[in-house]
Design a protein around this ligand. Structure first.
Ligand code: NAD
Length: 337
């Protein structure tokens, strides 16, 4: 009888139950031999060595140890790393690709809640819900109630600037098609024709800033995207513009953003910051026109299961020789998250 493929879990226990509930483990066990009672966050020691010696597939997730030369040497049968979370870049040594081990990430599945969250924030941000709710809570009887009427608010007929047609950016672009808005896109990897297919007009970063009522950031953190929204570009934004960042804090110059928001000219909704977390008492926490959330847009709670489902399906595709949906190629590493 041919040997059944063997897989090994490497994922932090706090994430394991949410990403791989019992029914998904059962589905995985129909495909491979895998012990759900053992999940490694370190590959030191005899138990890890014995598991790696047999592993055809590593099913990794948050908290997985880096797959480096030592792990590869200990895992001579290893053919695939299926990562049940987003970015896998920092977790695999380039040697993994050189040895021909296939790497897959569930970034596509993690993109869904971020896109959903972004849409919610575009609607709430355009309506200035957060600052107006604060105005309501702090209202003094008899004082002017200008926050009540909402003049100049609402997403209808707005221009939305999307930075990056990344996995998340594309899902946002798709969702934006059901809103009555004009959509601009900046992405150096996308042609004007492709932008049009995505429902957007391709523009330069400066034009995007000049024309957008709302800007939503979805590019990866790379040397060339650091401070792509710097003080000069923030100054190009129209009065009353809203900046939404669910990507990475380094894409925006925090000091310049703090100055622009403190002056009241623009608002910001930030799920990510630089530094992250912000130091306690940072002005961005208390400005009435800024909402800072603790990096919660990606998969959490009930959304975690989607990562496990993606990974189980990916293991199935790998074993039956079908193309993987989340395969990461080494030449992509310079421009993906
Ligand atoms: N807030 C959260 O919880 C959360 C969760 C997941 C991802 N993220 C972040 O969201 C962002 C998007 O993630 P993803 O998985 O969709 O990314 P991705 O890997 O799909 O992004 C790659 C794409 O970004 C675009 N891009 C590359 N360089 C660019 C540049 N200089 N300017 C504009 N666009 C550029 C290209 O289209 C490229 O194909 C990343 O910054 C990621 O770290 C945040």
């Amino acid at each position: 009888m041919p040997r059944r493929p063997v897989a090994v879990f490497a994922i932090a226990p706090w994430a394991f139950g949410g990403v791989f509930p019992a029914d998904l483990v059962t589905r995985l066990q129909e495909l491979v031999d895998i012990d759900p009672a053992t999940t490694f966050t370190s590959f030191e020691g005899a138990a890890a060595a014995a598991a790696l010696a047999e592993a055809d597939i590593l099913v990794t997730g948050w908290g997985a140890p880096r797959i480096d030369a030592g792990v590869l040497a200990a895992a001579p049968r290893l053919r695939a790393i299926v990562h049940a979370a987003g970015t896998v870049k920092a977790g695999v040594d380039p040697l993994v690709f050189e040895r021909g081990v296939v790497v897959s990430s569930a970034a596509e599945a993690n993109a869904v809640p971020v896109a959903d969250y972004t849409m919610a924030m575009l609607v709430l941000g355009a309506k200035q819900v957060f600052s107006r709710a604060r105005g309501y809570a702090a209202a003094v009887e008899g004082a002017p109630r200008e926050w009540l009427r909402g003049e100049g608010t609402g997403l209808h007929d707005c221009t939305v600037g999307v930075i990056g047609a990344s996995r998340i950016g594309r899902l946002v672009l798709r969702r934006l098609q059901s809103f009555e808005v004009e959509v601009l896109l900046y992405d150096p990897y996308v042609t004007a024709a492709e932008a049009a297919r995505l429902g957007a007009e391709q523009v330069s970063m400066d034009d995007l800033c000049r024309r957008s009522d709302l800007v939503t950031v979805h590019a990866p953190a790379l040397p060339e995207t650091r401070h792509m929204l710097d003080g000069r570009r923030l100054d190009l934004l129209p009065d009353g513009a809203v900046v939404i960042n669910t990507a990475r804090g380094s894409l925006i110059d925090t000091e310049a953003l703090t100055r622009s928001c403190a002056g009241g000219r623009i608002s910001a909704i930030l799920d990510v910051t630089d530094p992250e977390p912000l130091p306690p008492g940072h002005p961005l926490f208390s400005l009435p026109n800024v909402l800072v959330t603790p990096h919660l847009a990606g998969a959490q709670g009930r959304e975690l299961r989607r990562l496990g489902e993606f990974a189980v399906a990916e293991v199935g595709r790998f074993l039956s020789g079908k193309p993987l949906l989340g395969q990461v190629e080494p030449e992509q590493l310079s421009y993906i998250a």
